[in-house]
Design a protein around this ligand. Sequence first.
Ligand code: NAD
Length: 470
Amino acid sequence: MTAITAHQHKTAELVAPIFESQKAFFESGATRSYDFRVKQLKKLKDSIKRHETEIYEALAKDLGKPAFETYASEIGFIYQDIKHTIKHLRGWMRPEKVSTSVVHFPSSSKIVPSPLGQVLIISPWNYPFQLMLAPLIGSIAAGNTTILKPSEYTVNTALVLEKIIKDCFDSNYVHIVQGEGIVVVPQLLDNFRFDLLFFTGNTKVGTIIAQQAAKTLTPVVLELGGKSPTIVDKNVSVDVTAKRIVFGKLFNTGQTCVAPDYLLVHENIKDKLVASLKKTIVDFYGENPQESESYGRIVTPRHFDALIKYLDNGTIVHGGETDREDLYVAPTLIEDVTMDDPIMQSEIFGPILPIMTFSNIDEAIQIVKQNPYPLALYIFTVDRAVEDKVISNIRFGGGCVNNAIVHLSNPNLPFGGVGYSGIGSYHGKHGFETFSHLKSIMKTKFFYDNDLRYPPYTDTKLNIAKKFLE
Ligand code: NAD
């Protein structure tokens, strides 16, 4: 931490010349060509390749992340994102022709994606590698310069990220700033006017940051959190459902923004599902998950302490063991909770799953609606009417039918929240567009000029206009 925080109180002073050099670099037009953007994405991939071993080590130190999870959700995720972006970038950059009313004859119209300029990306600790670089890929693809601010809680990963960035980019193009968010971020937002602030983190901090950004009318994209429900209807394949829920909940030890936060299960199959969840946890992580190489740890003692308070809620029916020294919290299932319990009022963000029941789907929908719109929602059902009802009656960022968390790995789907779970979205083309300004252009030829719109206005002109427009 010392290495990271030594200069953090001087952030504004240290960043000022870099911010100016990024402005000059952007204005030079150097970041705009297709060739430049693709070259930078390839450089980023090569640099990640060179540092792969260090990335695995850093994530193991920071979060006890198993190598498979590090590859699937951090390194491999970013390789796929770079590959997808390079494959489609030329098409995304191409201006899109759109139709033009005959009223404007002889005109044509197009939408021209243009770089925004100077971007600031602030990322959290739970996927500290992926959540810093996936937005960066969008920013590079769109032709911007970027300043990155990683989380101070995952210091090992933050330092490897700094190495990777310095290895492939000059600071007048991409620069990384280390330090505690509460110290560093206000200095960045008060002293520099960015063309976009892209923030991933919790809703409370997102609210503070959005207020700071509003002082300079800095546009914000906020990728936030919330309580993502998992609804299980009767008549589903119970064992497959249990496997998909346990995978989604315990991946990264439950520290996933889209992890199933709580379970709402139809009363007819509750006992069967709970039995299957218990068996699945043992199949995945053994009788003692603390000894499993497939199971991670909680990020810091502070987060551990916040998490274990939830163990006082309801009745523990599986797990419940903790070890503060080791930052270990066992996969835990809790029954008999009510909506008034703290565990049902804020995002859990750990391997603890409260389970409630419902007798008909309308009841489940009403329970979900007691909390703000979630980032994700999962519905397990074989009944199309139930699926449609849930999707159309509840506002949520995105989700899955008969699966959990995997929707975010499809780059063709926009990823983002709604309401308190976020503003804006990214991934794939949606990321490119989030980091671009979509400029609208209408072009008119000279060979004909319609006098209709020019003064002096007459009743005849008004009547003709009405004919065209109504
Ligand atoms: P956080 O909000 O505490 O931190 C995120 C970033 O904000 C860090 O870089 C941190 O340094 C900075 N920060 C913290 N406090 C600040 C302050 N007062 N002023 C300015 N900057 C500050 O988030 P976290 O705890 O690291 O991450 C967990 C949260 O993020 C969860 O709520 C989770 O759901 C959410 N999340 C959302 C997504 C998504 O894509 N929507 C992804 C991952 C995590």
